[in-house]
Write a protein that binds this ligand. Structure first.
Ligand SMILES: [Zn+2]
Length: 139
């Protein structure tokens, strides 16, 4: 992953490219009350494959991307909403199993830590599955 020393303005997206790797460019755009970090495939400039919503704090987004290794880590940190599906998978994700534990759509490692969002759908689904897999007498 190549991180840029300073953000590169992207005229099409009206946003700033922070980094790129072999398959995608990673740039942030203003999006209503949020900033959205988007992964734009290098062969297609008009759509994006993955997105993560952050607070309106460009420095926070830049720090999250600077700390991210897209080759081994599925997603960056610090976002509060993942509006896209499927979840990104890093090409060498097996090298960082702890980092790449499942996260809910709000970015929490919900299996271990729960989620701060009330009625998180991913957490509720997980709890339902766990309850269904546990025999009656063992609850
Ligand atoms: Zn959640």
């Amino acid at each position: 992953m190549q991180h840029h020393a300073s953000p590169i303005l992207d005229e099409y997206w009206q946003g700033f490219e922070l980094a790129r790797d072999d398959t995608h460019r990673y740039l942030w755009i203003w999006m209503g009350w949020n900033i959205r970090l988007i992964a734009v495939a290098r062969h297609d400039v008009t759509e994006y494959d993955h997105g993560w919503c952050y607070r309106r704090d460009p420095e926070m987004v830049a720090a999250a991307v600077a700390a991210w290794d897209s080759d081994t880590q599925d997603e960056p940190t610090g976002w509060h909403k993942r509006p896209t599906w499927p979840i990104r998978q890093a090409p060498r994700r097996d090298e960082a199993p702890h980092y790449n534990r499942p996260r809910c759509e709000h970015g929490s490692y919900f299996v271990d830590d729960g989620c701060r969002v009330l009625n998180c759908r991913d957490l509720l689904r997980h709890e339902k599955r766990t309850a269904a897999a546990t025999p009656q007498g063992e609850r």
